[in-house]
Design a binder for this molecule. Sequence first.
Ligand SMILES: [Zn+2]
Length: 367
Amino acid sequence: MGWSITIGRFFGTYVRIHITFLIFLAWIGFSAYQRGGIEAAKQSVAFIVAIFTCVVLHEFGHILTARRYGVHSTQVTLLPIGGVADLDKMPQKPYQELLIAIAGPLVNIVIAAILLVVAGAVEGKTLQHIEDPSLGLVEKLAATNVFLALFNMVPAFPMDGGRVLRAALAMWLGQEKATRIAAQIGQAFALALGFFGLFYGYPLLLFIALFVYFAAAGEAQTSFVQQATHEVKVADAMETRVVSISRGATIGEAVDILLATSQESFPVVNASGGLIGLLFRDDIVEAVRGGDNNAPVAPFSHREIATISPDQTLDAALSLLAKAPAVGVVDADGRLLGLVTRQSVAEVMLIKAARPDWRFSRGGRAA
Ligand SMILES: [Zn+2]
């Protein structure tokens, strides 16, 4: 994430502050200063910093629990809306996701308990120091931690409660159905929140409701695609009727092939069928701009391309497709077998949506 300042590295994870958070802090300080002078400004800023320290500890609850299950997090970023830890993947087992999700709110409960004990200890001396302004602060901080724990346990994505709910359901219903139900509950919750915000005039609630609604839909979508592609082999989903361009082809020949097919990505192959690059439609157009029809087209191709083996599952191709429009499928000797494009994935999704029980077994039939 850009516009962030790294403030340190704890337990192997970088803690970063987004620039908007600093602006938020400055704004809090300034408006407190206008109301109550420099002392009020200091207190307000100290209170916000204390809350966000608790938010970071909450995130480390997730991060350190996730690490026990082999899920790593390189950084956590502080935004005005809270902390965001980027976990590199989701754990395999539902109980692991449940423990990771619940660890954050549990940290806030523990902090609240400790603060209340501290407040209790302070209570004894209260009579002598009744004017001490730090007294209220500890209790306010404890209450805020309880609120943070409760708010995060709301059973809607992207809140932790949504993940706890999904994981708990997944133990009985499997990942796919659990995600669908959890997303529906999250959206129902968002609708209720939205109505409440609308009728009682809280525009902020309406905004949060929209956010929760789309987060739930997005979560369901991502999870469905990941689950579905994990069950399909690359060999069964790749495009095999692919026209390739030979290494020695001219720009004129490449244009002919572009016009004759509906392809947008063309493998460039050598004499023995080895994949040496990819040529995309834009590259051919770029080559045409140069002028000479008889010049070789190969220099316009991409040489550093992602390849994948036909035995891998389609979800492995998904992350590669985020960076390029096509992934080459090659055998052990680097010979071209086919292409995986975003369209290949979209078609698998269409078939899956129409017939969830469909067996993708082109490789099986061919054998
Ligand atoms: Zn959390």
